[in-house]
Every structure is written in structure tokens, then in C-alpha cells.
Design a protein around this ligand. Structure first.
Ligand code: HXC
Length: 281
């Protein structure tokens, strides 16, 4: 759906780029001509992904270990990143999540998620933003949130609180950093199966079966669909879009939001006929 050189000349950094959706975005950006830098906690995962995607696409991809929960690790990564050339865009993709009853969470469990999603995203965005502003360099930040960032959700409390914070960061900095030529947007994905999220969040078959029933379009998302949306938001053609969030969830959250939408799941042809007014005469 895009010109093959749409992202040519762009250097894009992706946190958590070694696996899952981060890897899918890295692949798409490379296919479209970008230079990609991935970071994450696990050296072997980053090295394997960089080698595989480099071979597959022929595009330039480098990697660096970085634990975004650690401000010093973020500083070291960003200094290394700039040495190779200032990036044009940052994708805040790295995340963590725990499916649990909230009363079962310890403060360490809460911190485990919030330190990655909220604090890590902020550390990375601020470290890059400071440099872009000092260099008067236009740039683009894209953060992956979730559709429950504005509705909240039971059983993923730390993630819901942290993602809501990332959304607030996106909107706040879009207003503050717009005059510096820095855009910030977010994507709110619904279910996109990845081993990292799926194994942890939907560990049983009965949970996986249920999730597609909750989606009006009747299926989960394909990684390529999310990567294409990310591409649009990082491309120059979306240059007037900032501070916004685009949902990509097959209609899932609106199905939960509409007061009567659930009725359709319980009604059959006969039921609809029974409540239809009879024609007079
Ligand atoms: C209760 C739990 C728990 C659970 C962990 N803990 N899992 N408590 N129920 N199911 C507790 C532990 O007992 C411990 O507390 C504390 O959390 C920290 O656990 P660790 O395993 O030491 O943490 P850590 O190694 O830092 O792991 C972080 C993580 C892990 C977030 C828990 O899942 C992770 O690293 N995830 C990264 C990858 C990932 O999750 N990606 C998917 C993101 S999907 P105590 O008190 O015992 O010490 C996403 C969007 C989802 O974000 C949208 C889908 C539709």
C-alpha cells in the first residue's frame, strides 16, 4: 500500500524491536527504505532479529542492548544511537504486562510493569527529545498504547494505568514540543497475537477462543496491518497529525462500549421477527 521508498533517508529507533510487534515494524520499515535501530534487554534476540531481517530485506539494521527501566542504560543507548547519526523517529514499543486479579499484585509486580511501560517510555522519549530540541531537529515519536488506555481494564491494572500515562505524555508533549517540529502520536492496538503477550495474557485455550468473539470484524489483527499504520504515522505525509491516537482493533472496544451491542449475540432471526411491529391491515 506504500511506495517502496516511502521511508528512505529515515533513521528509526524501535524499543523492544527484537520480537513481536517491534520486530514486525522493523521489518516493514526496512522494506520501505528506512535505516532501523532496535534495542531491548536480550542480546541474543536482538542479534538474531537483526541478522534475519537484514538478510530478508537487504536493509540496514543495527542493535544495542538497553533496559529502558534503567535511566543510565537509556542514556548510554541514546548516546550510542546519536553517534551513528541522529534518529528521525523513535517508536516506544517495549512493554510488559501481567494478567492477574489486582488484589493479588505485590508492589514489585506493579513496579515491574509500570517501570517498563510508563517510566521506560518517558526516559527514552525525554532523552531523545532533549537532543532533538538542542539540535533544532524535527522528529517523530510513536508510542504503542492499547485500546484500554482510555477505558481502563480489569485484570491488567498496572498496564492500564501505565498506558494511560503514555497517552497523556503523547498529548502533553505534542502541545509542548510542536513548536520544535516534534510530532508525537500513538497507536492503540487490540489483539495482535505475539508469543510475548499471548502466552502471558491468554494462557488458556478458552481465553483465546473467546477473544475473537468479542471483535466485530471476527478476527485478530495481522502484524503487517499495525506496521502499515505505524509507517503512515512516521512518514512525512502525516506531517499535520500530532497528539492523536489511532485505534486498530477490529472494532473490539466499541463493541464493549455500545450499550446495546451485546444484544446481537443473544438474538436470532426469530427473536428479531418477534419484536418487529406487525404491518397494519
Ligand atoms: C501476580 C505476578 C505475576 C502474576 C509476575 N508477578 N507475574 N504477580 N500474578 N501473573 C510478580 C512476581 O511474583 C514478582 O513479585 C513481580 O511480579 C516481578 O516479577 P518478575 O518475574 O521478577 O518480573 P520481571 O522479570 O521484571 O518481568 C516483568 C514482567 C514480564 C512484566 C512480569 O511479563 C515481562 O518481562 N514482560 C515483557 C514482555 C511482555 O510482557 N510483553 C507483552 C506486553 S503486551 P514478587 O512480589 O513475587 O517479587 C502489552 C499489551 C497487551 O503490554 C494488550 C493485549 C491485548
Amino acid at each position: 500500500m506504500f511506495r517502496q521508498d516511502l521511508l528512505a533517508g529515515k533513521r528509526l529507533a524501535i524499543t523492544g524491536g527484537g520480537s513481536g510487534l517491534g520486530r514486525a515494524m522493523a521489518q516493514r520499515f526496512l522494506e520501505l527504505g528506512a535505516e532501523v535501530v532496535i534495542c531491548g534487554r536480550r542480546e541474543e534476540v536482538l542479534a538474531e532479529t537483526a541478522e534475519a531481517l537484514g538478510a530478508e530485506t537487504g536493509g540496514p539494521i543495527t542493535w544495542h542492548v538497553c533496559d529502558i527501566r534503567d535511566p543510565q542504560s537509556v542514556e548510554d543507548f541514546v548516546a550510542w544511537l546519536w553517534q551513528g547519526g541522529a534518529p528521525d523517529g523513535l517508536v516506544n514499543n517495549a512493554a510488559g504486562n501481567i494478567l492477574a486479579r489486582s488484589q493479588d499484585l505485590s508492589h514489585r509486580a506493579f513496579d515491574a510493569v509500570v517501570n517498563i511501560v510508563l517510566k521506560g517510555t518517558a526516559y527514552m522519549t525525554l532523552a531523545c527529545g532533549k537532543r532533538w530540541i538542542a539540535e533544532q531537529r524535527p522528529a517523530n515519536v510513536l508510542s504503542i498504547v492499547t485500546s484500554y488506555a482510555w477505558t481502563g481494564s480489569g485484570y491488567v491494572l498496572p498496564s492500564a494505568m501505565a498506558k494511560a500515562g503514555v497517552l497523556a505524555m503523547t498529548q502533553s508533549l505534542a502541545a509542548e514540543w510542536g513548536p520544535h517540529g516534534i510530532r508525537l502520536n500513538a497507536i492503540a492496538p487490540g489483539p495482535f497475537p505475539t508469543p510475548g503477550a499471548w502466552d502471558r495474557l491468554l494462557p488458556m485455550d478458552k481465553l483465546r477462543d473467546e477473544i475473537t468473539k468479542r471483535i466485530p470484524l471476527g478476527r485478530v489483527g495481522e502484524h503487517r496491518e499495525l506496521a502499515d499504520l505505524a509507517t503512515y504515522l512516521l512518514a512525512d505525509g502525516s506531517g499535520y497529525v500530532t497528539g492523536d491516537v489511532v485505534t486498530i482493533d477490529g472494532g473490539e472496544w466499541l463493541k464493549g462500549a455500545g450499550q446495546f451491542t451485546w444484544v446481537g449475540d443473544l438474538m436470532d432471526e426469530e427473536d428479531w421477527a418477534a419484536i418487529k411491529p406487525k404491518k397494519k391491515g
